[in-house]
Design a protein around this ligand. Sequence first.
Ligand SMILES: [Zn+2]
Length: 283
Amino acid sequence: MLVSGQTLLDEAVRGGYAIGSFNTYNLEITRAILAAAEARRSAVFLAVGSGALDYGGFAPLTQLVLAAAREATVPVAVHLDHSPTVADCERCLSEGFTSLMIDGSNLPFDENVALTWQTVKRAGEIPVEGELGGVGGDEDSSGAQETAIPMTDPAQARAFVEQTGVASLAIAIGNAHGIYKGEPKLDFDRLAALRDAVPAPLVLHGASGLSDDDLRRAISLGVRKINVNTEIRQTLFGSLDRSLEQGVKGYDVTRLFGVAMEAMQRTVEEKIEVFSGSPSFSS
Ligand SMILES: [Zn+2]
Protein backbone atom coordinates (compact mmCIF):
# COMPACT_ATOMS: atom_id res chain seq x y z
CA MET A 1 0.00 0.00 0.00
CA LEU A 2 1.15 3.50 -0.79
CA VAL A 3 1.60 5.53 2.41
CA SER A 4 3.09 8.87 3.38
CA GLY A 5 6.78 8.85 4.15
CA GLN A 6 5.84 10.62 7.37
CA THR A 7 4.05 7.48 8.58
CA LEU A 8 7.23 5.47 8.07
CA LEU A 9 9.44 8.06 9.79
CA ASP A 10 7.04 8.26 12.75
CA GLU A 11 7.02 4.46 13.10
CA ALA A 12 10.81 4.32 12.93
CA VAL A 13 11.17 7.02 15.58
CA ARG A 14 8.66 5.25 17.83
CA GLY A 15 10.29 1.87 17.32
CA GLY A 16 13.92 3.01 17.47
CA TYR A 17 14.91 1.42 14.16
CA ALA A 18 15.64 2.59 10.61
CA ILE A 19 13.53 2.25 7.47
CA GLY A 20 15.41 1.21 4.36
CA SER A 21 15.26 3.44 1.32
CA PHE A 22 16.16 1.51 -1.82
CA ASN A 23 16.80 3.09 -5.20
CA THR A 24 15.16 1.75 -8.32
CA TYR A 25 15.74 2.44 -12.01
CA ASN A 26 13.42 -0.02 -13.68
CA LEU A 27 10.81 -2.73 -13.36
CA GLU A 28 13.16 -5.47 -12.20
CA ILE A 29 14.76 -3.51 -9.36
CA THR A 30 11.34 -2.24 -8.25
CA ARG A 31 9.90 -5.74 -8.07
CA ALA A 32 12.94 -7.08 -6.24
CA ILE A 33 12.77 -4.33 -3.59
CA LEU A 34 9.07 -4.83 -2.98
CA ALA A 35 9.36 -8.62 -2.95
CA ALA A 36 12.01 -8.26 -0.23
CA ALA A 37 9.84 -5.87 1.78
CA GLU A 38 6.89 -8.25 1.54
CA ALA A 39 8.99 -11.29 2.45
CA ARG A 40 10.23 -9.46 5.56
CA ARG A 41 6.84 -7.85 6.28
CA SER A 42 8.64 -4.53 6.42
CA ALA A 43 7.83 -1.03 5.26
CA VAL A 44 10.22 0.59 2.76
CA PHE A 45 10.94 3.77 0.91
CA LEU A 46 11.02 3.08 -2.83
CA ALA A 47 13.35 5.79 -4.12
CA VAL A 48 13.89 7.22 -7.58
CA GLY A 49 16.40 9.91 -8.45
CA SER A 50 16.63 12.31 -11.37
CA GLY A 51 19.05 10.03 -13.23
CA ALA A 52 16.54 7.20 -13.04
CA LEU A 53 13.68 9.45 -14.18
CA ASP A 54 15.71 10.62 -17.18
CA TYR A 55 16.57 7.03 -18.00
CA GLY A 56 13.13 5.49 -17.51
CA GLY A 57 11.11 8.45 -18.76
CA PHE A 58 9.18 10.53 -16.24
CA ALA A 59 5.68 9.16 -16.89
CA PRO A 60 6.62 5.50 -17.44
CA LEU A 61 8.87 5.24 -14.39
CA THR A 62 6.71 7.26 -11.96
CA GLN A 63 3.62 5.28 -12.96
CA LEU A 64 5.50 2.02 -12.58
CA VAL A 65 6.76 2.73 -9.07
CA LEU A 66 3.44 4.16 -7.88
CA ALA A 67 1.47 1.20 -9.25
CA ALA A 68 3.89 -1.26 -7.70
CA ALA A 69 3.72 0.53 -4.33
CA ARG A 70 -0.10 0.55 -4.34
CA GLU A 71 -0.16 -3.15 -5.06
CA ALA A 72 2.35 -4.05 -2.33
CA THR A 73 1.03 -5.76 0.80
CA VAL A 74 3.31 -3.71 3.08
CA PRO A 75 3.50 0.10 3.56
CA VAL A 76 5.58 1.75 0.82
CA ALA A 77 6.48 5.43 0.49
CA VAL A 78 7.47 6.51 -3.02
CA HIS A 79 10.37 8.90 -2.60
CA LEU A 80 12.10 11.39 -4.91
CA ASP A 81 15.82 11.13 -4.13
CA HIS A 82 18.26 14.08 -4.37
CA SER A 83 16.06 16.50 -6.28
CA PRO A 84 18.06 19.56 -7.30
CA THR A 85 14.99 21.76 -7.93
CA VAL A 86 11.61 22.68 -6.46
CA ALA A 87 10.09 22.14 -9.93
CA ASP A 88 11.10 18.45 -9.96
CA CYS A 89 9.59 18.06 -6.50
CA GLU A 90 6.32 19.66 -7.64
CA ARG A 91 6.15 17.39 -10.65
CA CYS A 92 6.53 14.29 -8.50
CA LEU A 93 4.07 15.64 -5.92
CA SER A 94 1.42 16.03 -8.58
CA GLU A 95 2.04 12.42 -9.70
CA GLY A 96 1.38 11.18 -6.17
CA PHE A 97 4.83 10.73 -4.62
CA THR A 98 4.60 10.50 -0.85
CA SER A 99 8.10 11.61 0.14
CA LEU A 100 10.58 14.13 -1.29
CA MET A 101 14.21 15.03 -0.92
CA ILE A 102 15.53 18.44 -1.93
CA ASP A 103 19.32 18.53 -2.07
CA GLY A 104 20.85 21.96 -1.66
CA SER A 105 23.89 20.59 0.14
CA ASN A 106 26.29 22.02 -2.44
CA LEU A 107 24.86 25.54 -1.91
CA PRO A 108 25.92 28.07 0.71
CA PHE A 109 23.95 27.58 3.97
CA ASP A 110 21.48 30.44 3.41
CA GLU A 111 20.68 29.36 -0.14
CA ASN A 112 20.23 25.76 0.97
CA VAL A 113 17.82 26.99 3.68
CA ALA A 114 15.86 29.08 1.15
CA LEU A 115 15.58 26.27 -1.42
CA THR A 116 14.62 23.70 1.20
CA TRP A 117 12.10 25.97 2.93
CA GLN A 118 10.43 26.69 -0.39
CA THR A 119 10.12 22.96 -1.07
CA VAL A 120 8.69 22.25 2.39
CA LYS A 121 6.10 25.00 1.84
CA ARG A 122 5.03 23.53 -1.52
CA ALA A 123 5.00 19.96 -0.26
CA GLY A 124 2.36 20.62 2.40
CA GLU A 125 1.62 17.33 4.20
CA ILE A 126 4.26 15.38 2.26
CA PRO A 127 7.52 15.09 4.21
CA VAL A 128 10.66 16.68 2.79
CA GLU A 129 14.19 15.48 3.50
CA GLY A 130 16.94 18.10 3.39
CA GLU A 131 20.70 17.63 3.30
CA LEU A 132 23.43 19.54 5.05
CA GLY A 133 27.12 18.79 4.66
CA GLY A 134 28.56 16.91 1.73
CA VAL A 135 27.99 13.24 0.98
CA GLY A 136 30.66 12.49 -1.60
CA GLY A 137 30.27 10.48 -4.77
CA ASP A 138 27.71 10.06 -7.48
CA GLU A 139 24.34 8.48 -6.80
CA ASP A 140 24.02 6.63 -10.12
CA SER A 141 27.49 5.34 -10.88
CA SER A 142 30.13 3.97 -8.61
CA GLY A 143 33.75 4.79 -9.11
CA ALA A 144 35.90 4.67 -5.99
CA GLN A 145 34.95 7.62 -3.80
CA GLU A 146 36.67 9.75 -1.26
CA THR A 147 34.66 9.87 1.94
CA ALA A 148 32.52 12.90 2.54
CA ILE A 149 33.87 16.34 3.25
CA PRO A 150 32.68 18.59 4.83
CA MET A 151 30.85 16.83 7.62
CA THR A 152 27.60 18.15 9.06
CA ASP A 153 27.97 20.60 11.94
CA PRO A 154 25.47 19.88 14.78
CA ALA A 155 24.65 23.51 15.66
CA GLN A 156 24.22 24.42 12.01
CA ALA A 157 22.07 21.31 11.48
CA ARG A 158 19.75 22.35 14.30
CA ALA A 159 19.37 25.83 12.80
CA PHE A 160 18.77 24.30 9.37
CA VAL A 161 15.95 22.06 10.58
CA GLU A 162 14.35 24.86 12.60
CA GLN A 163 14.49 27.32 9.71
CA THR A 164 13.29 24.95 6.99
CA GLY A 165 10.83 22.67 8.80
CA VAL A 166 12.19 19.55 7.09
CA ALA A 167 10.78 16.21 8.23
CA SER A 168 14.21 14.53 8.16
CA LEU A 169 17.83 15.46 7.58
CA ALA A 170 20.52 13.70 5.54
CA ILE A 171 23.85 14.08 7.28
CA ALA A 172 27.50 13.71 6.40
CA ILE A 173 29.56 11.84 9.00
CA GLY A 174 32.13 10.20 6.73
CA ASN A 175 29.59 8.37 4.57
CA ALA A 176 29.80 8.46 0.77
CA HIS A 177 27.82 7.34 -2.26
CA GLY A 178 29.22 4.59 -4.43
CA ILE A 179 32.13 2.37 -3.46
CA TYR A 180 34.32 3.40 -0.52
CA LYS A 181 37.98 3.95 -1.14
CA GLY A 182 39.59 2.11 1.75
CA GLU A 183 37.83 1.37 5.03
CA PRO A 184 34.94 3.78 5.66
CA LYS A 185 35.25 5.60 8.98
CA LEU A 186 32.06 7.05 10.38
CA ASP A 187 32.34 9.82 12.97
CA PHE A 188 30.04 8.39 15.65
CA ASP A 189 30.76 11.16 18.16
CA ARG A 190 29.49 13.62 15.59
CA LEU A 191 26.43 11.45 15.00
CA ALA A 192 25.64 11.43 18.74
CA ALA A 193 25.99 15.21 18.83
CA LEU A 194 23.71 15.53 15.79
CA ARG A 195 21.09 13.29 17.41
CA ASP A 196 21.13 15.50 20.51
CA ALA A 197 21.02 18.75 18.55
CA VAL A 198 18.65 18.06 15.67
CA PRO A 199 14.86 17.99 16.23
CA ALA A 200 14.19 15.64 13.26
CA PRO A 201 15.03 12.05 12.33
CA LEU A 202 18.47 11.60 10.74
CA VAL A 203 19.08 9.96 7.37
CA LEU A 204 22.23 8.10 6.34
CA HIS A 205 23.09 8.00 2.63
CA GLY A 206 25.79 5.82 1.11
CA ALA A 207 25.14 2.75 3.27
CA SER A 208 26.51 0.37 0.63
CA GLY A 209 29.88 -0.86 1.85
CA LEU A 210 29.30 0.01 5.51
CA SER A 211 29.53 -2.97 7.87
CA ASP A 212 26.42 -4.29 9.58
CA ASP A 213 27.98 -3.30 12.91
CA ASP A 214 28.48 0.29 11.75
CA LEU A 215 24.90 0.38 10.49
CA ARG A 216 23.54 -0.96 13.78
CA ARG A 217 25.61 1.53 15.73
CA ALA A 218 24.36 4.38 13.53
CA ILE A 219 20.79 3.28 14.21
CA SER A 220 21.45 3.12 17.94
CA LEU A 221 22.65 6.73 17.66
CA GLY A 222 19.50 8.03 16.00
CA VAL A 223 19.60 7.24 12.26
CA ARG A 224 16.01 6.47 11.20
CA LYS A 225 16.25 6.15 7.40
CA ILE A 226 19.10 4.49 5.51
CA ASN A 227 19.63 4.76 1.75
CA VAL A 228 20.97 1.85 -0.28
CA ASN A 229 21.64 2.02 -3.99
CA THR A 230 25.08 0.75 -5.05
CA GLU A 231 24.83 -2.71 -3.44
CA ILE A 232 21.65 -3.51 -5.35
CA ARG A 233 23.32 -2.52 -8.63
CA GLN A 234 26.38 -4.61 -7.77
CA THR A 235 24.13 -7.62 -7.21
CA LEU A 236 22.31 -6.98 -10.49
CA PHE A 237 25.51 -6.72 -12.51
CA GLY A 238 27.03 -9.76 -10.78
CA SER A 239 23.97 -11.84 -11.56
CA LEU A 240 23.81 -10.75 -15.19
CA ASP A 241 27.53 -11.43 -15.64
CA ARG A 242 27.16 -14.95 -14.27
CA SER A 243 24.03 -15.73 -16.26
CA LEU A 244 25.48 -14.47 -19.53
CA GLU A 245 28.71 -16.32 -18.93
CA GLN A 246 26.80 -19.56 -18.34
CA GLY A 247 24.46 -18.83 -21.24
CA VAL A 248 20.69 -18.53 -20.93
CA LYS A 249 18.76 -20.90 -23.18
CA GLY A 250 16.57 -19.39 -25.87
CA TYR A 251 17.42 -15.76 -25.05
CA ASP A 252 14.88 -16.06 -22.24
CA VAL A 253 14.42 -12.59 -20.78
CA THR A 254 12.26 -13.82 -17.90
CA ARG A 255 14.97 -16.30 -16.89
CA LEU A 256 17.86 -13.81 -17.19
CA PHE A 257 16.13 -11.09 -15.19
CA GLY A 258 14.21 -13.50 -12.99
CA VAL A 259 17.46 -14.83 -11.55
CA ALA A 260 18.75 -11.25 -11.13
CA MET A 261 15.56 -10.23 -9.31
CA GLU A 262 15.91 -13.11 -6.86
CA ALA A 263 19.50 -12.08 -6.16
CA MET A 264 18.56 -8.41 -5.63
CA GLN A 265 15.71 -9.46 -3.37
CA ARG A 266 18.19 -11.32 -1.14
CA THR A 267 20.46 -8.25 -0.97
CA VAL A 268 17.56 -6.01 0.05
CA GLU A 269 16.28 -8.55 2.60
CA GLU A 270 19.69 -8.66 4.26
CA LYS A 271 19.66 -4.88 4.63
CA ILE A 272 16.11 -4.80 5.95
CA GLU A 273 17.07 -7.34 8.59
CA VAL A 274 19.96 -5.18 9.79
CA PHE A 275 17.92 -1.97 9.72
CA SER A 276 14.70 -3.14 11.27
CA GLY A 277 15.79 -5.40 14.02
CA SER A 278 12.73 -6.22 13.05
CA PRO A 279 9.26 -4.73 13.56
CA SER A 280 6.81 -6.24 11.13
CA PHE A 281 3.50 -5.24 9.65
CA SER A 282 1.38 -8.34 9.84
CA SER A 283 -1.42 -7.69 7.39
ZN1 LIG B 1 22.12 9.91 -1.49
